[in-house]
Design a protein around this ligand. Structure first.
Ligand code: AP5
Length: 222
């Protein structure tokens, strides 16, 4: 199965991607995580994307599409994968079509995590991330057992630099201007599954599972 997770910053894409990975064994390919890992190792890619990420702007399409092309060529993607946060522009959607066409693979579904700006802002403002294993928490909705410490590995929790109020506003603006059009595009292509993401995490996971069950049923009929 090849699926795309689409939605504004803070919609819960990463949180649900980890559930899907566990339930379906699909590797999660998060362009944001790939860029942050490159920044963490101070690689040439990391240095070239830092300014974009920290100011809430999109990394140029060619750079992003090349990173995805390299990642999906890895052996763990042979049986399918999920793209978390890619594509985010029409040229990226076209690049994805071309990458899949080269491999004669279909795009099975696009899960659209629909959430209001107010909820997205509240979620991003309270998000805390483990500095070591990348586990994700929320101060109010998903607090760690011990304040400021990761439940899984005990490392310190930090706030992403792009989760500051001004950068959050910029990211939501960029989403409205450059990414929202993809919702209509994938709906037109009959691939879109709308997930009400304003709900509690378990309820969102139930909606995701229902949508993926439909996709799997469609695949076995095909
Ligand atoms: P990226 O890392 O992809 O960030 P994003 O899309 O802005 O999404 P987020 O990770 O902020 O939110 P999410 O939807 O995953 O929510 P999460 O599950 O964490 O991208 C960062 C930057 O990289 C971009 O700004 C851009 O510069 C660059 N970039 C990445 N991809 C690119 C591309 N394709 N092209 C160009 N540039 C690109 O949840 C958020 C919080 O809410 C957490 O605290 C979580 O615990 C909590 N939460 C989640 N679900 C619920 C729920 N149901 N109820 C209550 N709380 C919840």
């Amino acid at each position: 199965m090849i699926i795309v997770l689409l939605g504004p910053p803070g919609a819960g894409k990463g949180t649900q991607a980890r559930q899907i990975q566990e339930l379906y064994g699909l590797p999660q390919i998060s362009t944001g995580d790939l860029f942050r890992a490159a920044m963490g190792s101070d690689s040439p890619l990391g240095r070239s994307v830092k300014g974009y990420i920290e100011s809430g702007r999109l990394v140029p399409d060619e750079v992003t599409s090349a990173v995805v092309a390299e990642r999906i060529a890895q052996p763990d993607c042979r049986k399918g994968f999920m793209l978390d946060g890619f594509p985010r522009t029409l040229p990226q959607a076209q690049a994805l079509d071309a990458l899949l066409a080269e491999r004669s693979l279909p795009l099975d579904a696009v899960l659209y995590f629909d959430v209001s700006d107010a909820v997205a802002i509240e979620r991003l403002s309270g998000r805390r991330t483990c500095s070591r294993c990348n586990a994700n928490y929320h101060e109010r909705h998903m607090p760690p057992k011990q304040a400021g410490r990761c439940d899984r590995c005990g490392s310190a929790l930090t706030q992403r630099p792009d989760d500051q109020p001004e950068t959050i506003r910029k990211r939501l603006q960029v989403y409205a201007q450059q990414t929202r059009a993809l919702v209509e595009e994938y709906d037109r292509r009959g691939l879109l599954h709308r997930i009400a993401s304003d709900e509690a995490p378990e309820k969102v996971t139930a909606s995701v599972s229902a949508a993926l069950a439909k996709v799997q049923a469609g695949r076995s009929l095909a």
